[in-house]
Design a protein around this ligand. Structure first.
Ligand SMILES: Cc1cc2nc3c(=O)[nH]c(=O)nc-3n(C[C@H](O)[C@H](O)[C@H](O)COP(=O)(O)OP(=O)(O)OC[C@H]3O[C@@H](n4cnc5c(N)ncnc54)[C@H](O)[C@@H]3O)c2cc1C
Length: 239
Protein backbone atom coordinates (compact mmCIF):
# COMPACT_ATOMS: atom_id res chain seq x y z
CA UNK A 1 0.00 0.00 0.00
CA UNK A 2 1.36 3.44 -0.92
CA UNK A 3 1.38 6.45 1.42
CA UNK A 4 1.63 10.16 0.50
CA UNK A 5 4.92 11.36 -1.02
CA UNK A 6 7.68 13.34 0.67
CA UNK A 7 9.96 15.72 -1.22
CA UNK A 8 13.75 16.09 -0.82
CA UNK A 9 16.19 18.29 -2.75
CA UNK A 10 18.57 15.34 -3.21
CA UNK A 11 17.90 11.60 -2.91
CA UNK A 12 20.95 9.36 -2.65
CA UNK A 13 20.23 5.69 -3.43
CA UNK A 14 22.95 3.55 -1.81
CA UNK A 15 24.65 3.94 1.55
CA UNK A 16 28.02 2.45 0.57
CA UNK A 17 31.30 4.35 0.65
CA UNK A 18 30.32 6.70 -2.16
CA UNK A 19 26.76 7.42 -0.99
CA UNK A 20 27.87 8.01 2.60
CA UNK A 21 30.73 10.26 1.46
CA UNK A 22 28.37 12.36 -0.66
CA UNK A 23 25.89 12.67 2.22
CA UNK A 24 28.69 13.78 4.56
CA UNK A 25 29.88 16.34 2.00
CA UNK A 26 26.32 17.74 1.74
CA UNK A 27 25.75 17.87 5.51
CA UNK A 28 25.07 21.33 6.93
CA UNK A 29 24.07 22.76 3.54
CA UNK A 30 20.61 24.25 2.93
CA UNK A 31 19.69 21.16 0.88
CA UNK A 32 17.37 18.50 2.27
CA UNK A 33 18.98 15.08 1.70
CA UNK A 34 17.45 11.61 1.79
CA UNK A 35 19.78 8.60 1.91
CA UNK A 36 18.22 5.24 1.04
CA UNK A 37 20.05 2.02 1.91
CA UNK A 38 18.65 -1.46 1.46
CA UNK A 39 20.67 -2.90 4.36
CA UNK A 40 20.67 -1.72 7.95
CA UNK A 41 23.01 1.30 8.09
CA UNK A 42 26.04 1.17 10.45
CA UNK A 43 26.99 0.48 13.15
CA UNK A 44 25.17 -2.77 12.27
CA UNK A 45 26.00 -2.31 8.58
CA UNK A 46 29.73 -1.80 9.32
CA UNK A 47 30.66 -5.45 9.02
CA UNK A 48 33.81 -6.06 11.06
CA UNK A 49 34.32 -9.36 9.26
CA UNK A 50 34.75 -7.33 6.07
CA UNK A 51 38.52 -7.21 5.82
CA UNK A 52 38.55 -4.99 2.75
CA UNK A 53 40.57 -1.83 2.83
CA UNK A 54 40.48 1.34 0.77
CA UNK A 55 43.37 3.51 -0.31
CA UNK A 56 42.74 7.24 0.03
CA UNK A 57 44.68 9.85 -1.89
CA UNK A 58 45.59 13.25 -0.47
CA UNK A 59 42.76 14.81 -2.48
CA UNK A 60 40.28 12.40 -0.82
CA UNK A 61 41.77 13.53 2.49
CA UNK A 62 40.94 17.15 1.56
CA UNK A 63 37.34 16.20 0.68
CA UNK A 64 36.89 14.47 4.05
CA UNK A 65 38.68 17.32 5.86
CA UNK A 66 36.30 19.87 4.29
CA UNK A 67 33.39 17.70 5.42
CA UNK A 68 34.80 17.69 8.97
CA UNK A 69 35.16 13.90 9.18
CA UNK A 70 38.92 13.55 8.62
CA UNK A 71 40.00 13.70 12.32
CA UNK A 72 37.72 10.70 13.03
CA UNK A 73 39.03 8.80 9.98
CA UNK A 74 42.67 9.57 10.72
CA UNK A 75 42.48 7.35 13.85
CA UNK A 76 42.11 4.32 11.55
CA UNK A 77 44.49 5.44 8.80
CA UNK A 78 47.89 3.98 7.99
CA UNK A 79 50.04 6.46 6.04
CA UNK A 80 51.72 5.26 2.85
CA UNK A 81 55.23 6.77 2.84
CA UNK A 82 56.79 4.77 0.02
CA UNK A 83 55.66 3.04 -3.19
CA UNK A 84 57.43 0.20 -4.97
CA UNK A 85 56.10 -0.72 -8.39
CA UNK A 86 57.61 -3.58 -10.34
CA UNK A 87 56.84 -6.07 -13.08
CA UNK A 88 57.55 -9.77 -12.84
CA UNK A 89 60.25 -10.69 -15.34
CA UNK A 90 61.12 -7.08 -16.18
CA UNK A 91 64.31 -5.30 -15.18
CA UNK A 92 63.07 -1.86 -14.15
CA UNK A 93 61.07 -0.83 -11.11
CA UNK A 94 59.86 2.46 -9.65
CA UNK A 95 60.64 3.35 -6.03
CA UNK A 96 58.98 6.50 -4.79
CA UNK A 97 59.85 7.84 -1.35
CA UNK A 98 57.25 10.47 -0.44
CA UNK A 99 59.54 12.12 2.10
CA UNK A 100 62.31 12.71 -0.46
CA UNK A 101 59.84 14.35 -2.84
CA UNK A 102 58.02 16.42 -0.21
CA UNK A 103 54.73 14.52 -0.74
CA UNK A 104 54.60 12.50 2.46
CA UNK A 105 52.38 10.71 3.11
CA UNK A 106 51.55 9.71 -0.44
CA UNK A 107 48.15 8.45 0.74
CA UNK A 108 46.48 6.37 3.43
CA UNK A 109 45.03 2.89 3.87
CA UNK A 110 41.81 2.53 5.86
CA UNK A 111 39.70 -0.50 6.77
CA UNK A 112 36.32 -0.31 5.02
CA UNK A 113 34.36 -1.09 8.20
CA UNK A 114 35.97 1.90 9.96
CA UNK A 115 35.24 4.17 6.99
CA UNK A 116 31.59 3.12 6.86
CA UNK A 117 31.22 3.33 10.63
CA UNK A 118 32.67 6.86 10.95
CA UNK A 119 30.84 8.17 7.88
CA UNK A 120 27.50 6.80 9.07
CA UNK A 121 28.09 8.35 12.50
CA UNK A 122 28.58 11.72 10.79
CA UNK A 123 25.55 11.20 8.54
CA UNK A 124 23.38 10.44 11.58
CA UNK A 125 24.30 13.86 13.02
CA UNK A 126 23.56 15.82 9.81
CA UNK A 127 20.45 17.87 10.59
CA UNK A 128 19.55 18.18 6.90
CA UNK A 129 19.97 14.42 6.27
CA UNK A 130 17.29 11.76 6.63
CA UNK A 131 18.43 8.14 6.50
CA UNK A 132 15.95 5.42 5.60
CA UNK A 133 17.21 1.88 6.08
CA UNK A 134 16.43 -0.84 5.33
CA UNK A 135 14.79 0.84 2.35
CA UNK A 136 14.97 -0.55 -1.18
CA UNK A 137 14.33 1.40 -4.35
CA UNK A 138 11.77 -0.51 -6.43
CA UNK A 139 10.67 1.76 -9.27
CA UNK A 140 10.69 5.36 -10.46
CA UNK A 141 9.06 7.72 -12.94
CA UNK A 142 10.53 10.89 -14.40
CA UNK A 143 8.12 13.79 -14.28
CA UNK A 144 8.45 17.46 -15.16
CA UNK A 145 11.67 18.61 -13.39
CA UNK A 146 11.47 15.86 -10.77
CA UNK A 147 11.66 12.14 -10.22
CA UNK A 148 9.17 10.09 -8.25
CA UNK A 149 10.55 7.05 -6.43
CA UNK A 150 8.77 4.06 -4.94
CA UNK A 151 10.71 2.61 -2.03
CA UNK A 152 9.99 -0.54 -0.07
CA UNK A 153 10.30 0.00 3.70
CA UNK A 154 8.95 -2.37 6.38
CA UNK A 155 6.83 -4.23 3.83
CA UNK A 156 5.17 -0.97 2.69
CA UNK A 157 5.77 1.23 -0.35
CA UNK A 158 6.74 4.83 0.42
CA UNK A 159 6.85 7.46 -2.33
CA UNK A 160 9.46 10.22 -2.52
CA UNK A 161 10.02 12.98 -5.04
CA UNK A 162 13.25 14.80 -5.77
CA UNK A 163 14.83 17.23 -8.19
CA UNK A 164 18.15 15.36 -8.06
CA UNK A 165 18.53 11.60 -7.87
CA UNK A 166 22.02 10.20 -7.21
CA UNK A 167 22.41 6.51 -8.04
CA UNK A 168 25.33 5.08 -6.07
CA UNK A 169 23.84 1.66 -5.52
CA UNK A 170 26.77 -0.45 -6.57
CA UNK A 171 27.80 -2.66 -9.45
CA UNK A 172 24.29 -4.04 -10.08
CA UNK A 173 22.63 -0.65 -9.81
CA UNK A 174 18.82 -0.60 -9.72
CA UNK A 175 18.92 3.09 -10.68
CA UNK A 176 20.92 2.22 -13.79
CA UNK A 177 18.48 -0.60 -14.64
CA UNK A 178 15.39 1.60 -14.19
CA UNK A 179 16.88 4.35 -16.35
CA UNK A 180 17.81 1.78 -19.04
CA UNK A 181 21.46 2.82 -19.12
CA UNK A 182 23.34 0.43 -21.35
CA UNK A 183 26.24 -1.52 -19.86
CA UNK A 184 29.23 -3.09 -21.54
CA UNK A 185 30.80 -5.84 -19.48
CA UNK A 186 34.12 -7.46 -20.15
CA UNK A 187 35.36 -10.53 -18.31
CA UNK A 188 39.12 -10.22 -17.81
CA UNK A 189 39.25 -13.84 -16.70
CA UNK A 190 40.75 -12.69 -13.41
CA UNK A 191 39.66 -13.02 -9.81
CA UNK A 192 41.26 -11.62 -6.68
CA UNK A 193 42.21 -13.27 -3.41
CA UNK A 194 41.79 -10.67 -0.67
CA UNK A 195 43.12 -11.13 2.81
CA UNK A 196 45.23 -9.50 5.50
CA UNK A 197 48.64 -10.93 6.39
CA UNK A 198 51.26 -10.34 9.08
CA UNK A 199 54.67 -10.31 7.36
CA UNK A 200 57.83 -11.35 9.20
CA UNK A 201 59.32 -7.88 8.76
CA UNK A 202 57.62 -4.52 9.50
CA UNK A 203 56.03 -2.95 6.43
CA UNK A 204 57.68 0.43 6.98
CA UNK A 205 54.63 2.10 5.48
CA UNK A 206 55.56 0.85 2.02
CA UNK A 207 52.94 -0.07 -0.59
CA UNK A 208 53.99 -2.67 -3.16
CA UNK A 209 52.37 -3.21 -6.52
CA UNK A 210 53.73 -5.97 -8.74
CA UNK A 211 52.39 -6.56 -12.21
CA UNK A 212 52.39 -10.09 -13.57
CA UNK A 213 51.03 -11.74 -16.69
CA UNK A 214 48.05 -13.10 -14.73
CA UNK A 215 47.21 -9.83 -12.94
CA UNK A 216 48.58 -7.39 -10.36
CA UNK A 217 49.59 -8.24 -6.80
CA UNK A 218 49.23 -5.46 -4.22
CA UNK A 219 50.64 -5.57 -0.69
CA UNK A 220 49.49 -2.50 1.21
CA UNK A 221 50.40 -1.33 4.74
CA UNK A 222 47.63 -1.33 7.36
CA UNK A 223 47.54 -1.00 11.13
CA UNK A 224 49.48 -3.19 13.60
CA UNK A 225 52.09 -3.98 10.93
CA UNK A 226 49.63 -6.09 9.00
CA UNK A 227 49.37 -5.80 5.22
CA UNK A 228 46.33 -5.99 2.98
CA UNK A 229 46.96 -8.50 0.20
CA UNK A 230 45.08 -8.18 -3.08
CA UNK A 231 46.25 -10.95 -5.33
CA UNK A 232 44.76 -11.05 -8.81
CA UNK A 233 45.11 -14.26 -10.73
CA UNK A 234 43.51 -16.22 -13.52
CA UNK A 235 39.98 -17.11 -12.35
CA UNK A 236 40.42 -20.86 -12.85
CA UNK A 237 43.46 -20.81 -10.54
CA UNK A 238 41.62 -18.93 -7.77
CA UNK A 239 38.49 -21.06 -7.38
C1 LIG B 1 39.44 -5.68 -2.24
C2 LIG B 1 38.95 -4.39 -2.76
C3 LIG B 1 39.75 -3.29 -2.59
C4 LIG B 1 39.36 -2.08 -3.08
N1 LIG B 1 40.19 -1.04 -2.90
C5 LIG B 1 39.84 0.15 -3.35
C6 LIG B 1 40.65 1.26 -3.17
O1 LIG B 1 41.72 1.15 -2.58
N2 LIG B 1 40.24 2.44 -3.62
C7 LIG B 1 39.03 2.56 -4.26
O2 LIG B 1 38.68 3.67 -4.66
N3 LIG B 1 38.23 1.52 -4.47
C8 LIG B 1 38.60 0.32 -4.04
N4 LIG B 1 37.78 -0.75 -4.27
C9 LIG B 1 36.52 -0.56 -4.95
C10 LIG B 1 35.54 0.00 -3.95
O3 LIG B 1 35.34 -0.92 -2.89
C11 LIG B 1 34.26 0.21 -4.63
O4 LIG B 1 34.49 1.00 -5.77
C12 LIG B 1 33.33 0.98 -3.70
O5 LIG B 1 33.04 0.22 -2.54
C13 LIG B 1 32.07 1.29 -4.40
O6 LIG B 1 31.29 2.00 -3.48
P1 LIG B 1 29.82 2.35 -3.80
O7 LIG B 1 29.31 3.16 -2.63
O8 LIG B 1 29.73 2.97 -5.17
O9 LIG B 1 29.08 0.95 -3.95
P2 LIG B 1 28.80 -0.17 -2.85
O10 LIG B 1 29.85 -0.21 -1.81
O11 LIG B 1 28.53 -1.41 -3.64
O12 LIG B 1 27.48 0.35 -2.16
C14 LIG B 1 26.24 0.32 -2.80
C15 LIG B 1 25.17 0.35 -1.73
O13 LIG B 1 23.91 0.48 -2.35
C16 LIG B 1 22.99 -0.35 -1.68
N5 LIG B 1 21.91 -0.67 -2.62
C17 LIG B 1 21.98 -1.48 -3.73
N6 LIG B 1 20.80 -1.52 -4.36
C18 LIG B 1 19.95 -0.73 -3.65
C19 LIG B 1 18.57 -0.39 -3.79
N7 LIG B 1 17.81 -0.85 -4.81
N8 LIG B 1 18.00 0.43 -2.85
C20 LIG B 1 18.74 0.91 -1.81
N9 LIG B 1 20.05 0.60 -1.63
C21 LIG B 1 20.64 -0.19 -2.54
C22 LIG B 1 23.80 -1.56 -1.26
O14 LIG B 1 23.21 -2.25 -0.16
C23 LIG B 1 25.14 -0.92 -0.89
O15 LIG B 1 25.24 -0.60 0.48
C24 LIG B 1 38.13 -1.96 -3.78
C25 LIG B 1 37.30 -3.07 -3.94
C26 LIG B 1 37.70 -4.28 -3.44
C27 LIG B 1 36.81 -5.49 -3.64
Amino acid sequence: MSTSSQHYDVVIVGGGLVGMSLAVALADTPLSILLLEQNQVAPVHANHLDLRTTGLTRSSERVFADAGVWPALLKHATPIERLEISELGAFGCARIDGRRHGISPIGYMLPNHALISELSEQVAHGENITVQSPATLQSMQSQHREVQLQVEQDGRVQTYTTALLVGVDGANSKVRELLHFSVRQKDYGQSAVITNVLPQLPHNNTAYERFTEVGPLAVLPIQKNHCALIWSHASEAVS
